[in-house]
Ligand binder design. Structure first.
Ligand SMILES: [Fe+2]
Length: 358
């Protein structure tokens, strides 16, 4: 009786509250499971029943909360999900996206950030009249490929016009796509005393899926050299330029030394590939100019140098090399291939100033 009275009393209190709140529920007087649970107070249950049911259930639930819930789950339970793995994943992905965007933005910027450099090149047996002779070496325009590098090429041409050098020599990869040809011809027409060879990209002989052959032939007023030679008189001396066709170079069929004029006062070999310097006999040429390497284009700095991703197996990357076949200059080039980015490989136009010396 005690139990029922106390249960009813509790139920009535609950029913009164529910009735006030929702109306009509307690008036039915039915013993719903809900009412029964409310009506059973812990103090009025027999001792044995109390230990078997409510207290133990409460202890187990309390124990689970205290021991098995991880901190973030506990935070979730409280409505605080700041430290959850999902939020950490979203935050990490966001950080990566921002960092990746910044890296790509830099690569895009660097592709157009042309360096205009003057290098002194010591050549043995250089006639006095040719001391101080200036050659601007340009390479790898890759026009027709949408990239900020096009701006680098235009800036290099403006600078070359202002330099007004004795010679302008262009070492191939003029176009990546035929649609760049009108701009190429306009730019070449502004270069004084210009000689050029083609590169592998001009024939789309490359793994670059964006490259298309251009079938370039006459580039007047620029003189296009394809396994041929031209001689120009400068400062009263004869300067010969021999140009290699990239197709014959790849087939190892080129013979530029056969075209070298022994009576010329200065002999220059122009080839897209730097390895040309290893295929000519010593003394055949004084100067060898090449491109192709893009200075690695995508470089990863590391202690003691760079990992040059564009050409992992490189022997000549950029700059000057003194070899038995002649003094080699490898241009970093101006354009981009595969992707419109450069990292730690700024495009460059180089003015070579010849001086006598070893
Ligand atoms: Fe190139």
């Amino acid at each position: 009786m005690t139990l029922r009275r106390r249960g009813v009393g509790v139920r009535c209190k609950g029913a009164a509250r529910l009735g006030a709140a929702g109306g009509g529920f307690a008036a039915s007087g039915s013993q719903t499971p809900f009412e029964g649970r409310v009506g059973q107070s812990r103090e009025t249950l027999p001792e044995t029943q109390s230990r078997k049911t409510l207290p133990e259930t409460d202890q187990i639930a309390g124990s689970a909360r205290n021991v098995h819930l991880t901190p973030w789950r506990e935070m979730c339970r409280r409505g605080d999900t700041r430290g959850s793995p999902r939020r950490a994943l979203i935050r990490g992905a966001g950080t990566l996206a921002v960092a990746g965007g910044a890296v790509l933005a830099w690569g895009h910027f660097e592709a157009g950030w042309v360096r205009l450099r003057t290098l002194e090149v010591a050549l043995p047996a250089l006639p006095d009249e040719l001391a101080g002779m200036r050659i601007v070496h340009l390479s790898d325009f890759h026009l027709g490929f949408r990239s900020r590098a096009t701006r680098a090429v235009e800036r290099a041409v403006e600078w070359t016009e202002a330099c007004d050098p004795d010679l302008v020599l262009v070492s191939g990869d003029l176009l990546s796509r035929p649609r760049g040809e009108p701009l190429l011809r306009e730019l070449l027409s502004r270069l004084p005393r210009c000689y050029a060879v083609l590169g592998n990209h001009d024939f789309a002989v490359t793994r670059d899926p964006f490259s298309k052959p251009a079938a370039l032939e006459d580039l007047s007023p620029t003189v296009l050299l394809e396994d041929s030679a031209a001689t120009v008189e400068l400062r009263g001396r004869r300067v010969q330029v021999v140009g290699v066709d990239p197709r014959s170079h790849r087939l190892r069929e080129e013979r530029p030394a056969d075209l070298a004029d022994p009576d010329a006062d200065l002999r220059i070999l122009l080839c897209h590939f730097p390895s040309a310097v290893d295929r000519v006999p010593p003394g055949a040429f004084d100067l060898v100019l090449a491109g192709h390497m893009h200075a690695g284009q995508i470089n990863v700095p590391r202690p003691g140098g760079k990992i040059r991703l564009a050409h992992l197996g490189w022997r000549y990357a950029q700059g000057l090399y003194r070899q038995p076949g002649g003094v080699l200059h490898v241009s970093p080039g101006l354009g981009t291939t595969f992707v419109p980015f450069r990292f730690f490989a700024r495009p460059e136009a180089t003015e070579l100033v010849l001086v006598p010396g070893e």
